[in-house]
Write a protein that binds this ligand. Structure first.
Ligand SMILES: [Zn+2]
Length: 323
């Protein structure tokens, strides 16, 4: 079957790389896409990177995967969008778009008549994500964010879908698999789950780093996932899974109560208990201090590395093994 997105087409056994212009109202962006149409039938797998700026590992791995995949070796179709949000990736290098200060991963499935980032989300969702039989969205700890690598997914009211999604999440081979208790909200993988698509979030790397070994880790995980889906043969070149995946559940998250300077006492990777002081936000003008306590017991899976924070800035996300 011909694989078509916008003006890009790939016949069976062919790979097409190009860009599609997307009108955001105030400007037009060029969305890069790699369409790999396999020589055998199989599922359509959609992979997005660069939904946020400053998260380079997913952009690198998606681009490399698009270059490496040979349609002769592929069963099904692989659609790769290495830079899903060009304004945030190229200009702001932050989670929010410099066009309108909107975090695109809070507004999926988007709005065709909305602001620029909502329009971009709607285009990506309708044209790229909604056609998937499986979907992986690649993220990292941003420039001021420490993070332990993990795979995330959302539970829905459909137990059969949840089982397939959990298996997809485990297939990546990362040590930590985090499930959210519902599929609400504007994350792309949550919106995809609401459509009945097995969808995962893969978080690799931290602090805006772009080490080749991080890209290697992610590429290995993507190959394991594609093999799990029957898209590629058993990969010969991937590193063995060091620690078997284990299910974790989010137990709490902490945001800054004030504008000021963040001095953490507990950092990413640390175990914390409910009520424990994990840091302070200091007002640089008068030295007054807001104590920040943990709302939950668990391990900090990602946290704020930056010094300067505004109210609502996420300081720490806490999770625990669920078994
Ligand atoms: Zn992100």
């Amino acid at each position: 079957m011909t694989l078509t997105i916008g003006a890009l087409r790939a016949e069976p056994g062919r790979k097409t790389r190009g860009t599609i212009p997307v009108d955001l109202g105030i400007t037009t962006v060029e969305i890069p896409l790699v369409l790999v149409n396999g020589s055998r039938p199989g599922p359509r797998v959609v992979i997005t990177g660069g939904v946020h700026g400053g998260e380079f590992v997913g952009v690198d791995a998606a681009t490399r995967l698009g270059g490496i995949l040979d349609p002769d070796d592929v069963g099904g179709q692989v659609v790769i969008c290495p830079v899903a949000n060009p304004p945030a990736v190229y200009d702001g290098r932050l989670g929010k778009s410099p066009l309108d200060d909107v975090n695109i991963n809070r507004v999926f499935p988007g709005d065709r008549e909305g602001g620029p980032t909502e329009r971009l989300a709607a285009w990506l969702f309708e044209n790229v994500i909604a056609g998937a039989d499986a979907y992986a969205d690649l993220h990292s700890g941003g420039i001021d964010e420490t993070l332990l690598d993990f795979v995330g997914y959302r539970l829905t009211s459909d137990a059969e879908l949840d089982a397939r999604t959990r298996a997809l999440a485990h297939s990546v081979g990362y040590e930590r698999v985090l499930f959210g208790r519902n599929a609400e909200g504007g994350n792309s993988h949550a919106a995809a789950a609401r459509l009945g698509i097995p969808a995962i979030l893969v978080e690799t790397g931290r602090l805006g780093e772009r080490h080749p070994e991080q890209t290697r880790t992610l590429l290995d995980g993507l190959y394991r996932m594609l093999h799990h889906l029957g898209v590629v043969a058993e990969p010969q070149h991937t590193a063995p899974v060091a620690v078997p995946p284990r299910d974790w559940v989010w137990t709490g998250s902490v945001v800054s109560p004030a504008t000021g300077l963040w001095y953490p006492d507990a950092v990413t990777g640390d175990e914390v208990s409910e009520g424990q002081t994990i840091g302070r936000v200091i007002d640089p003008a008068d030295g007054s201090e807001h104590k920040v306590t943990s709302p939950a017991t668990g391990r900090i899976l990602y946290g704020m590395n930056g010094l300067t924070v505004a109210p609502g800035a996420e300081l720490a996300a806490i999770a625990q093994p669920s078994d």
